[in-house]
Ligand binder design. Structure first.
Ligand SMILES: [Zn+2]
Length: 300
């Protein structure tokens, strides 16, 4: 069964005029239920991330600052959300959701989080709407508990997975792959194990060809026994921040390619949703919903 991490706490009330499409989490879950792609039993409500688990990827100083709400103004501004108690709890549930997804993926082949992919979070600070790095924590968790030997992180959000790349820069058991807009945030990029910088305006054909030429080779070389996939939909042509010109269908084919490859190679895969900033909320929700629909089709 496709297990999906979701909780109402994923929706964090934002000040009026805030640009982040916070409503998408609830809408994606509702849409999947409404159309019958999943039923209530597919969903689980994640537990709360513990400090000792967070410290597998984050510094104690940063953890303490978040949990005592004592970030500096500058640190809070870098994150981009008002950092209150509920925001930190939200982040802890989301990150734990990705860990639990990883455990479900070991059983069922795939599991998905209706949030996460917070790849701009570093060990010691957050930025770009990210406070805890869910996939980094979950990857470190699998290694620590002997549940994976070699992990591949496939980050196809339009923004580079800078925090993830930095956290694992000295960890050979986690291979970080990021394919992202060359001219997009973050302007100062980290070095992933493999970075592919995409030119502005890239369309479906060349984008998918690049992915198809790269990912199977990577799977052969890295020989992962676990994959984390960051499936951001800010590659869409409708995206306000993306700078690429990928259609919704192209985005769906991207997801299908990643999921089918893992299925073929019998590599468990945990998916976190990542970003999406199309002005019309329905464009974001539809593209994210496609990732879940595709997982159902490919695996079940
Ligand atoms: Zn993004």
């Amino acid at each position: 069964m496709l297990k999906i991490a979701y909780s109402p706490i994923y929706t964090y009330p934002l000040p009026p005029g805030h640009r982040f499409p916070m409503a998408k989490y609830e809408l994606v879950a509702e849409q999947l239920l409404y159309e019958g792609t999943v039923s209530e039993e597919n969903f689980f409500s994640p537990d709360l991330l513990k400090k000792e688990t967070a410290l597998l990827a984050h510094t104690e100083a940063y953890w303490n600052k978040l949990n005592t709400l004592s970030l500096s103004e500058r640190e809070e501004r870098a994150i981009g959300f008002p950092v209150g108690e509920r925001f930190v709890l939200r982040g802890r549930h989301i990150a734990q959701g990705t860990i639990q997804c990883a455990l479900f993926a070991l059983q069922h082949g795939v599991a998905m989080n209706v949030a996460g992919g917070t790849h701009h979070a570093y060990a010691d600070h957050g930025e770009g709407y990210c406070c805890f790095n869910d996939q980094a924590i979950a990857a470190a968790y699998l290694l620590r508990h002997g549940l994976a030997r070699q992990i591949l992180i496939v980050d196809l959000d339009v923004h580079q997975g800078n925090g993830t790349a930095h956290i694992f820069r000295h960890e050979p058991r986690v291979f970080t792959f990021s394919m992202h807009g060359a001219r997009n945030y973050p302007l100062r990029k980290e070095r992933s194990d493999l970075d592919i910088d995409l030119p502005d305006g890239m369309e479906d054909g060349p984008y998918l060809a690049l992915l198809r030429n790269t990912l199977p080779r990577l799977v052969d070389e890295v020989q992962p026994d676990f994959v984390f996939y960051q499936s951001g939909v800010d590659i869409l042509e409708t995206d306000r921040l993306g700078r690429l010109r990928i259609s919704r269908e192209g985005c769906r084919q991207r997801d299908r390619f990643v999921l089918e490859l893992c299925r073929q190679h019998q590599i468990p895969i945990a998916v976190s949703m990542g970003g999406g900033y199309s002005p019309r909320l329905s464009d974001i929700v539809e593209a994210h919903a496609n990732t879940f629909r595709t997982a159902q089709e490919v695996f079940f």
